[in-house]
Design a protein around this ligand. Structure first.
Ligand code: A2P
Length: 342
């Protein structure tokens, strides 16, 4: 019989944690036992895995005894504090927060792009930022063919990326406005319903946000090429689920839209939807609940040499978070790497 693992989901009650449980079950990851962990607020709550009830437990320093693999999605502070306890207990961590991503001793992995980076893990593997994951899935086959020099990206990010409470806030504010009632603003600095916020994560000294900085730094690390320049503007939009991105890519060598479409159609994890005459292009409502990264609107940018524009949409809870984490877990299992090197 092939090996089965005791798997913990840290943040099991959250938007990504729910997706992690569902995707582990859907993809038949060999789970011997699922350990659901969250804050003390959720201790004792009845959750579900593979149709069976699972009681949620409070995350503590002792939670990882006997656990082989832990998927974390409970915020950076929780990962910084608890991932070392997991690793010390011999449990491999796949962490969805930004806490470990730029640590040189921690691989940052998108299985379609840099699967071999899992080979040098020392107990923690980082799952990249949601907007970065879908962008690099679309960029990788093009980079291999024509060497990307520069990327200018603008994002249209769904509220589900902020967690369950933000989805509730969008629905409540929208309902209130449609009923002519005043809105209550709790999660974001401003109303999100019928609005756009050019502000995701905190502002840095240079005027960019941390989300924008993540897209720059993480792209270089995942693609293994520090020469790729990235300029990002990240915007929260009143969409429930799925991030969209307008991506302008300049290459060292010429690449036609038809060549790009062919490369993307053959690339793992990508689905090309690009038939403007038929009004066919990727949209959040198409991508929600799906695994693919959808690419369309591929066209020449005539204002710069060797440059294409494209539109990239993916489910930020799935490929942007939970699915990518489970794919990393699958890679680890396939390669016999669900172990902390001593
Ligand atoms: P809880 O539901 O007990 O607060 P979301 O991103 O949808 O807001 O979900 C965040 C997830 O992270 C939830 O499962 C939440 O649990 C969990 N979480 C938040 N803070 C902690 C903490 N200090 N320890 C453990 N889990 C936490």
């Amino acid at each position: 019989m092939s090996k089965e693992y005791v798997v913990a989901v840290v943040g099991a009650t959250g938007a990504v944690g729910v997706a992690m449980r569902n995707i582990l079950a859907e993809r038949k990851f060999p789970v011997k036992e699922l350990v659901a962990l969250a804050s003390s607020r959720s201790a004792g709550k009845q959750l579900e895995f593979c149709g069976e009830p699972v009681t949620c437990k409070e995350l503590t320093a002792d939670s990882f005894r006997g656990v082989d693999l832990a998927l974390f999605s409970a915020g950076g502070g929780t990962s910084t504090q608890f991932a070392p306890f997991a690793r010390n207990a011999g449990c491999v961590v796949v962490d969805n927060s930004s806490a470990w991503r730029m640590d040189p001793a921690v691989p940052l992995v998108v299985p379609e792009v840099n699967p071999d980076d899992v080979d040098w893990h020392e107990g923690i593997i980082a799952n990249p930022n949601c907007s970065t994951i879908q962008m690099v899935v679309a960029l990788k086959p093009l980079h291999d063919a024509a060497q990307i020099k520069r990327v200018v990206v603008s994002t249209y990010q769904a509220v589900s990326g902020t967690g369950h409470k933000a989805v509730v806030e969008l629905i409540e504010q929208t309902s209130a406005l449609l009923a002519g009632q005043p809105v209550e603003v709790k999660v974001y600095p401003h109303q999100i319903a019928f609005n756009c916020l050019p502000h995701i994560d905190v502002f840095l000294e240079d005027g960019y946000t941390k989300e924008e900085r993540k897209m720059v730094d993480e792209t270089k690390k995942i693609m293994g090429d520090a020469s790729i320049e990235v300029s990002a503007t990240c915007v929260r939009v009143p969409v429930q689920n799925c991030h969209s991105e307008a991506v302008n890519v300049q290459f060292a060598r010429p690449l036609s839209p038809d060549q790009a479409r062919k490369l993307l159609a053959d690339a793992p994890g990508v689905q090309v939807v690009d038939d403007p005459a038929a009004r066919a292009y990727p949209m959040p409502i198409m991508a929600s609940g799906k695994d693919a990264t959808y690419v369309g609107r591929i066209r020449v940018d005539p204002t710069a040499e060797n440059t294409l524009n494209m539109w990239v949409v993916s489910d930020n809870l799935r490929k942007g978070a939970a699915l990518n984490a489970v794919q990393i877990a699958e890679l680890l299992a396939e390669r016999g790497l669900v172990r902390v090197p001593r």
